[in-house]
Design a binder for this molecule. Sequence first.
Ligand code: BV8
Ligand code: ZN
Length: 269
Amino acid sequence: MTRSEDDLERARSLLRSADTVVILTGAGVSAESGVPTFRGDDGLWKQFRPEQLANPDAFRRDPRLVWEWYAWRREKVAACDPNPAHHALARFTLGRDRTRIVTQNVDDLHLRAARALVTEEGETSPAAESHDPAPPLQLHGSLFHVRCTRCNQRHEYRDPVDAESQDALPRCQRCDSLLRPDVVWFGESLDPRILETAGRWCRAADVALVVGTSSVVEPAASLPRHTTRSGGALIEVNPEETPLTTLADVSLHARAGEVVPGLLGGLVE
Ligand code: BV8
Ligand code: ZN
């Protein structure tokens, strides 16, 4: 058996014997769908700097510029599809009430993969029938949700955003104030209830499967350490080394779309 096959088998055996599994994903799980990551060579932060765009001051200073970036990202994601890693992860959660996906991603690819478990005819597939796949917990919000800057009303919003002029930006139907993307910007706190739920699942997990994150953005980056500190095992899927790699029981240096279907395929009931 080659080293990587040996690693895969060790990861499978950890997952097979786990009662509770938390799956933590970052931008790398969507990379093979064509969604740019943040810090990679073609990363979003290479063309734009987070200080410029993904923070509340930038939005206060120039809401049009910030909405232009999000409009571009919304279009980009809408043109992408979940890749085999998203589908394998969705199938793996089916029928497993104690397996949950916690994502840092603001794209909707995990959600679309969960919905794809419904057959084309619109009936639920037998596997999905018995257990609705729980929606992923989105730590940093969603590209396709908006929040009013004044009355805080939040809802899904999939209309194209015209960021050509400030007057064309989306406004609240209730109070006519400017709407913003319902995402967590740098310097903004995560929703405490979401963060507490994610922490609780990580502390309870027998295995944390961490897929496609550079593990630098806090407090998300610290979540897998809740699992290891509570005696759980850590499996990392990432072609690069990260601050988590030395902590991992198994480190699979591969792309998610390549290795996750094979890792989980044989474990799906
Ligand atoms: C906060 C939403 C309280 C918007 C994002 C300590 C404690 C608390 C806060 C801090 C702290 N230290 C510093 C901070 C501040 C800051 C922070 O963490 N800064 C970092 C840069 C040091 N944190 C915050 O501001 C957070 N707020 O804690 O509030 C507070 C309040 C005031 C002052 C202080 C604290 C809020 C953080 C959330 C920011 N919002 N996104 C938007 O998307 O527009 S973060 C953004 O980066 C994304 O959401 C993403 O989730 C996140 C992490 O990026 P990754 O997902 O890891 O992506 P990345 O490109 O980095 O890496 C991709 C990985 O995939 C790579 O490793 C690559 O090798 C791999 N890969 C590539 N291809 C593949 C692959 N893997 C598998 N398969 C492939 N094919
Ligand atoms: Zn409003």
